[in-house]
Design a binder for this molecule. Sequence first.
Ligand SMILES: C[S@@+](CC[C@H](N)C(=O)[O-])C[C@H]1O[C@@H](n2cnc3c(N)ncnc32)[C@H](O)[C@@H]1O
Length: 232
Amino acid sequence: MAYSGDAFQQPEDLVPVRTADGSFTLDSRHLGEHYHSLHGAAAESRHVYIRNGLCASVGRKLAVLEVGLGTGLNALLTWTECVQRNLQVDYVALEPFPVPQEVRAAMAHERIVGGVAWKDGFEAMMTAPPGVRQVLSGGFSFCWQKMRVQQLEDRNAFDLVFYDAFAPRVQPAMWTGDVFGRVARAMRMGGLLVTYCASGNARRAMAAAGLQVERLAGPPGKREMVRAWKRG
Ligand SMILES: C[S@@+](CC[C@H](N)C(=O)[O-])C[C@H]1O[C@@H](n2cnc3c(N)ncnc32)[C@H](O)[C@@H]1O
């Protein structure tokens, strides 16, 4: 299923499926898409967003924007990394179509990061009302906004962007020059954006928005991913 313009709707047939590394993703037959790679949801998230995003960022105090909160996997892994590396992270995630709580809970993402110690905090994050900031342990705070990236109006606010939209094949309106213009304006000078998607059109849209685009080795099952910098 491909949605043109802004017509995307939350699929109603979301089913948790186990990926190659034992972590879970969501499958929608209606969309013909998964929320993460079947080669390993946690492996993909760690490679793209944590190793090549969070760990490549300069500074110990970071404002992070995630486009597409989905199941909360990137947010959870960021929290654990923040605690382990003694970072201070203020995390904002955009999600116009929240995953139903019972579907998300069935995936038990907290098992990936060692279980029980993270369970209550992760639950607090994912059940919080939109716009209400949750202060968690180890310098991590989290807030989600029920809005589309196309409504983003922030300026010079974020050091790091996790761009985790559905693929251009499914939701082309997420990969336009206009959207990346908004995202670039929301980034601070020196900030970076990471995404699993290395399609030529997506890279050109990022470059048209003034970002400096580089291709890096991809996560398991994918040749490449993209990192894009906002530089003067
Ligand atoms: C690939 S999934 C994200 C996976 C997620 N990062 C995770 O860790 O589970 C893409 C997400 O983008 C969301 N989305 C759809 N349209 C959007 C829009 N216009 N702006 C922001 N997010 C959107 C979807 O609802 C979906 O949750």
